[in-house]
Design a protein around this ligand. Sequence first.
Ligand SMILES: [Fe+2]
Ligand SMILES: [Fe+2]
Length: 235
Amino acid sequence: MRIAATADLHYSPQSYDKIREPFTRVRDEADVLVIAGDLTNYGKAEEMHSLLNALVRLRIPIIAVLGNHDYESGQEQELIKMMTTEGIKVLDGSSYERDGIGFAGTKVFVGGFGRGVLTAFGEKEVKAFVQASIDETMKLERALSMLRTEKIVIVTHYSPVVETVRGEPTEIWPYLGSSRLAEVIDRHGAVAAIHGHAHHGQPEGKTTGGVPVHNVALSLLMAQQPPKPYRVLEI
Ligand SMILES: [Fe+2]
Ligand SMILES: [Fe+2]
């Protein structure tokens, strides 16, 4: 299967104009399009409405997770409904099988990497923050446990590894992903993990267990030569 992957469209009519033309070729180059969150800028239904108008014209099956920007206006459930109505498979702690490949996805949450992972100690606010990270990781675990396919692709908005956020200021790394996620990925195994959010990170990384991690933030994809609004992975 050829998977075209992208993330962080942060839709506005002006920004979409820059990718409209190259995006039309996605149907010839891939069997499915994966969007790893931040489809909108402010999480508003109006933004999603305009973006969906553009996406349906691509005439390719789409699998997506939401990103933090899609939560900004508290309309995430409405956005999911709009996307689902247009036939997009939205993964929110859920899984989906297509042509023998299992997709498991959710937005997940932040929390830091390696020895810097924030733990639930001290103030109740810190505990609540860490719990949000654990809860999202559990959602991914649930999604993975439902799959029986030989090949699994994981889709999240935040990064499971520090390697793909390098390039961003070190001060913000803990807000770009969490190693908790990589532990789940390695426990279940996967052929690829796709994420976005780290706009200025690195395109490639690996979990400790050797699962390839792909950061497909649009700004990274468009910085490559030639610029392209998606990246095709052969699975
Ligand atoms: Fe983003
Ligand atoms: Fe984001």
